[in-house]
Every structure is written in C-alpha cells, then in structure tokens.
Design a protein around this ligand. Structure first.
Ligand code: PEP
Ligand code: MN
Length: 337
C-alpha cells in the first residue's frame, strides 16, 4: 500500500510512519519532487486497516499497489531515481559509462586501462577481484589484493570504482574498498547476498540473471530496496537463447519495459551480451538509442592476453571510438552524455 501525504511536514510524516509500523508494516518514506509518499511493505492481510489512515487530515490517499514489486515500481515513485556514486550520478539526465577490464590482473594493467577509459569519457572504473567463473580451474581473481589495487588506482585517476561481491561475507569488505557493489548475473537470485547488499551503505549494480524474466529482475531489486538501500542500478547483460553466434542475446526491449515499470536507472552491458568485441560498439549505440541510462564495458590493454573475457574486451582505441559514436547517437535523439 502507498500512503500519499497531503503534507510534507516532518511531524505528519513521522506520525504516519509510526502508525504504519504499529500496524506491523515496514515504512519506507519516499520524498518525491511533487509529493511525499510512505510505502507500507508487509503482509497484505492487514491492508484494510491501513486504508483507514486516509481519515487523517494530512493523508491525501491510500493506494493499493497492484504490481508484485512495490518499492521498485513507478507506482510509489513517478520520477526517475538518480543514483549518486561518489562524485558521479547515474539516472534521470545523467548517463554513466562504467569501463575497465573483466578481471584486475595487475596494478599496471588496471592503471593503464583507467587512464585510457577516463580519457575516452568513462565515469566509473570497473574491474573484478572476486570472479564468478564457470570453471573452478579458470582464473578466480586477485581477491583482496585486487580490491587494494583497484582502490589505489581509482584514487590515483580520481574515478569511483565498481567491483563484484559473490558472497554475503564479502559485502562489508567490498563496501570498504569500492564505491559501488556489483551483483553478478549468476547471483541475481542469491537472496542472502541481495539482503546483505541491501544493508550496505554503497550503491548496488544489479545484473540481470541470464535466465531471469524482467519481473524476477525487479523482484530481486525489491530485495535490496526493502532492506533500506534505495541506490540500485539495474543492468541488462543479455539472456540465454538458442542463438550461438553470440554469447547471450541482448534484450534491449528490457530497457523501455523497465522504464515503464520502474523508476530505477537501467544500464546495458553489451560486452557480456555479445561475448565478442566486434559487435560491442553497435550494441552500445543501440542501447543509447533504446534509452539506457549508461553502459558497462570491458576494456583491456591487450585483449588477446587477458586472463578472462578477452574475446569480448575492447582495445583502448575502440573504447574511444565507442564513446564518440555513442555521443553522436545521444545527440541525434536529444540526450546528452
Ligand atoms: C562481469 O561483469 O565481469 C561478469 C562476470 O558479468 P556477468 O555477471 O554479467 O556475467
Ligand atoms: Mn567479464
């Protein structure tokens, strides 16, 4: 249920929050541009009692939320959410470019990449330290050493950094070193991990599971939001289909569909979708045209010798070309980057 306030005075909002909590619900206050709403999340059975809050003079309306996702839905918040990550923003009119290697391999590798992608126009540096690999015999990442390297390099080039946490236990450590915590596709429905990042004080980049529907994707975002972390960025990274020319099939329709249902920013990762570098630029441009709030890209100084995902990684020169082509598309449809 959503309680639309007729007043934004703190004591009125506090009173509604305490009434909602007395009735056994969790109260989430959402401060919109036009109005303040209190979302009451919990057992649907007591909703008749919540409806009676409409009798309060400072409550305009109590509305039943029809969608299964409540906090992630446009019903509770009409305007786009803008997520701040250190000095940058993503969502609304802010377009973000997250770029860097799949895995952090050495300080020199990530330093060179950071300088190149920053010069090309990237706003956030990415790099995996804890890698969720399909085979236990593949390179698993530099782990703690990787986190330390990423933090140092991010600081030296003055870029916020995003990296993945693969278990709930890693969340506090990753939160200490990174400006944003990534939840990988394979963990989109790891509910213990979602709850753990929901309790963290850092924004979360939630990637869509390769066999998950848009509805399941938004329900996973709901787990994070319902733990009290409102800063969630969604990422479409391709889903599994019968096609074998590409690693996954980039579901670009997810971008406008999610924009209809949710106020959360949605970015696109053409690298993991394609699995091959030679179509990444085309799909990044298509993502901009579809209305994405940003892109996530894999870039490597020497893709042929990368320890993971080399086949889909762009060279520095191609990443520069990609950003300039995306800018042209953004300009053509009246968006700025
Ligand atoms: C990654 O970003 O390197 C990664 C492992 O992505 P995904 O979880 O989308 O496969
Ligand atoms: Mn990768």
């Amino acid at each position: 249920m959503i309680i639309v306030m007729a007043s934004a005075r703190k004591e009125d909002v506090d009173h509604v929050v305490s009434r909602v909590e007395e009735l056994g619900y969790q109260a989430h206050v959402i401060q919109g541009v036009e109005r303040t709403v209190v979302a009451a999340v919990g057992d649907e059975r007591g909703k008749e009692r919540l409806t009676s809050l409409e009798a309060l003079p400072y409550v305009e309306q109590v509305i039943r939320v029809l969608k299964p996702f409540k906090l992630a839905g446009r019903e509770v918040k009409k305007e786009d959410t803008v997520v701040s990550c250190a000095s940058t923003k993503i969502g609304g009119t802010h377009f973000g470019v997250m770029a860097g290697p799949c895995s952090i391999e050495s300080e020199q590798q990530i330093q060179e990449t950071a300088e190149a992608v920053k010069a090309a126009g990237a706003t956030i540096l990415r790099g995996g330290a804890f890698k969720p690999r399909t085979s236990p015999y593949s390179f698993q990442g530099l782990e703690m050493e990787g986190l330390r390297i990423l933090r140092r390099v991010g600081k030296s080039v003055q870029m916020p950094v995003v990296t993945e946490a693969t278990t709930p236990e890693q969340v506090p450590v990753v939160a200490q070193y990174a400006d944003m915590i990534q939840i990988g596709a394979r963990n989109m429905q790891n509910y213990g991990l979602l709850r753990a990042v929901g309790k963290a004080q850092k924004p979360v980049l939630l990637k869509r599971g390769m066999m998950c529907t848009i509805n399941e994707f938004l329900m996973s975002a709901e787990y994070i939001l319902s733990e009290g972390n409102p800063n969630v960025i969604l990422c479409e990274r391709g889903i599994r289909t019968f096609e074998t020319e590409t690693r996954n099939t980039l579901d670009l329709q997810a971008v406008p569909v999610i924009k209809l249902h949710s106020h959360l920013p949605i970015i696109v990762d053409p690298s993991h979708a394609a699995g091959r570098w030679d179509i990444v630029i085309a799909m990044a441009c298509a993502a901009v045209a579809a209305g994405a709030d940003g892109i996530l890209l894999e870039v490597h100084p020497d893709p042929a010798n990368a320890l993971s995902d080399g086949l889909q990684s762009l060279t520095f020169r191609d990443s520069e070309r990609l950003v300039s082509e995306m800018r042209a598309i953004a300009g053509a449809i009246g968006r700025s980057m």
